[in-house]
Design a protein around this ligand. Structure first.
Ligand code: NDP
Length: 246
């Protein structure tokens, strides 16, 4: 399917996990892809090579989402390189866990900078480049709706902010033909939540389907929202969580 032929995309945190799967899926559907990463230059380069191998343009930009200047430069570099920016996927995220008493201000600030401020500022910058049919798609988390374990308050709080951002931006950008949506993955097999990690059995037990998602299963919903098939969906929070919040 070439539902995204000619579209220009920026995926934050596209070197691994869900972000890499999204980058590859959107490229398979015809889009040119820029991706950011923080440390993983080698893995980012590998994703870029995979995208080029299927005939699309691709670039990787080192940009810590916690540093506004770096993030905004990545947005502008995407638009300059491809001559457009049609789709932003706010994916980069950090996953802090731990008892309330042990979480200090540095960790709180870092989490809010990466998980909240960065999606907001990247969206602000990206929509300046978007015409009608623009797309802002963010990756939240199922634990914004159901914080099943102790120790998730900071992460859940940060992801819950994306619900408000998504609904607010959908209202603001709807008249310009830009849709804004939020995908809530459930447990997804990545480096930050491996399907065979120490907590995996307990986490799996919370799903109705009794298994982790593959990153490609999250990417499939992002592709739907990005394409014209998703053109009447905006302001939505879509769980792709195997029934975790059912
Ligand atoms: P991974 O840890 O597998 O990958 C994280 C990606 O984000 C990497 O590409 C990493 O780059 C990048 N990244 C992390 N911090 C920054 C930063 N400060 N600036 C730029 N890039 C950064 O994560 P997942 O794929 O598991 O998670 C992706 C998103 O999905 C996150 O928002 C997460 O909260 C959410 N999510 C994940 C779930 C899961 O079960 N896996 C469940 C629900 C939501 P680098 O390689 O350079 O480190």
């Amino acid at each position: 399917m070439n539902r995204l032929e000619g579209k220009a995309v920026l995926v934050t945190g596209g070197s691994r996990g869900i972000g890499a799967a999204v980058a590859l899926r959107l490229a398979e559907e015809g889009a040119d892809i820029a991706l950011t990463y923080q440390h993983g230059a080698e893995r980012a380069t590998k994703v870029v090579e995979q995208i080029k191998a299927i005939g699309r343009r691709a670039l990787a930009v080192q940009a810590d989402s916690a540093v506004p200047a770096a993030l905004l430069a990545a947005v502008d570099e995407t638009a300059e390189t491809f001559g457009a920016l049609d789709i932003l996927v706010n994916n980069a995220g950090v996953f802090p866990t731990g008892p309330l008493e042990e979480i200090g201000p540095t960790e709180i600030d870092r989490t809010l900078a990466v998980n909240v401020r960065a999606p907001f500022m990247a969206s602000q910058a990206a929509v300046r480049h978007m015409g009608r049919e623009g797309r802002v798609i963010s990756i939240g988390s199922n634990v914004a709706e159901r914080a099943v374990f102790p120790g998730l308050a900071l992460y859940s709080m940060s992801k819950t902010a994306l619900i408000g951002m998504t609904k607010g931006l959908a209202r603001e950008l709807g008249p310009r033909g830009i849709t804004v949506n939020l995908v809530h993955p459930g447990p997804t097999d990545t480096d930050s939540n491996p399907a065979h990690g120490p907590n995996a059995a307990a986490i799996t037990g919370f799903t109705a389907l009794g298994r982790y998602a593959e990153a490609a299963e999250i990417a499939a919903t992002v592709a739907h929202l990005a394409s014209s098939d998703g053109q009447y969906i905006t302001g939505a929070v879509i769980a792709v969580d195997g029934g975790f919040t059912a």
